[in-house]
Design a protein around this ligand. Structure first.
Ligand code: ACM
Length: 265
């Protein structure tokens, strides 16, 4: 299976431009699945709820999702892309999955980072794992990496590949995701952005270094920190279905849950 990512540098608020840039890059790829960054069509640094609402879209009928669906049909591929979702006057930092047959699903970021808490509601729908034929895929967004429960939850639900749209600013994630892959024996595709946004006193610089990781934490490709990239790598998703670490150790069956979460029921 061919899987890839776009590492982009969205311009805040320039939705049409950001979408067109991403579309042109996807058009050049030969891939089964491509992952785009978090909030790829709007940019990241919102400054008010009104602004967030104005740039957000309903899913799946909004412009960004519809455009991605059309491209998926044309190119016969699957796309995971981060966008700002609006529903009943509330906004969610979401990611959609679309494919050749149209809209498949939407994930709402569970763990909001820093000022995102001012503009977005935390995710309120159960993360799903989607069987797209060549693999089962799960989605988490950026800061979700800091909470190992999300990747574990997706692995327990059968994900072979974790698609991870991101707008990373802290430096730790690329290395931490290696552990997420080892401890769950899954592939991971982190699609991050580059560039700086300074729409408030506080500038945010995004670290790039998007990556595709193998089930044993191998770095199959890691991007630069300072340039746009569009990368495809060939993987064998079925490797993620073998959770046997030694003949006597199974990654999921050997867990000792009674002791893992002291104080929790
Ligand atoms: C982040 O969650 N965008 C850092």
């Amino acid at each position: 299976m061919k899987v890839g990512f776009l590492q982009t540098s969205p311009v805040f608020g320039k939705k049409d431009e950001n979408i067109d840039t991403a579309l042109a890059k996807i058009n050049q790829l030969d891939t089964d699945l491509v992952v785009l960054p978090e909030l790829f069509s709007t940019g990241y640094q919102f400054t008010s709820k009104e602004e967030t609402l104005a740039l957000s879209e309903i899913v799946p009928d909004g412009e960004t999702t519809r455009t991605l669906i059309n491209l998926s049909k044309e190119k016969d591929l699957y796309i995971v892309a981060g966008l700002s979702e609006r529903e009943n006057g509330r906004c969610y930092n979401s990611a959609v999955l679309v494919g050749p047959n149209g809209f498949i699903g939407c994930y709402r970021k569970l763990h909001l980072f820093y000022n995102e808490k001012k503009w977005f509601e935390p995710g309120n729908i159960e993360p799903e794992v989607y069987d797209i034929g060549k693999a089962r895929i799960g989605i988490m967004i950026c800061f979700d990496w800091f909470f190992p429960e999300v990747a574990r939850y997706l692995a327990l639900k059968g994900a072979d590949i974790i698609c991870h749209p991101a707008n990373l600013v802290l430096p730790y994630c690329p290395q931490a995701m290696i552990t997420r892959c080892i401890e769950n024996r899954v592939f991971a595709i982190t699609a991050n952005r580059i560039g700086t946004e300074k729409r408030t006193e506080e500038a945010l610089t995004f670290i790039g270094t998007s990556q595709i990781l193998g089930t044993k934490g191998e770095i199959l490709y890691r991007a630069a920190s300072d340039r746009d990239e569009a990368i495809v790598v060939e993987i064998y998703p079925m490797k993620a279905r073998d959770k046997q670490v030694t003949p006597m150790n199974h990654l999921l069956h050997d867990r000792r849950l009674k002791f893992a979460f002291p104080g929790e029921k």
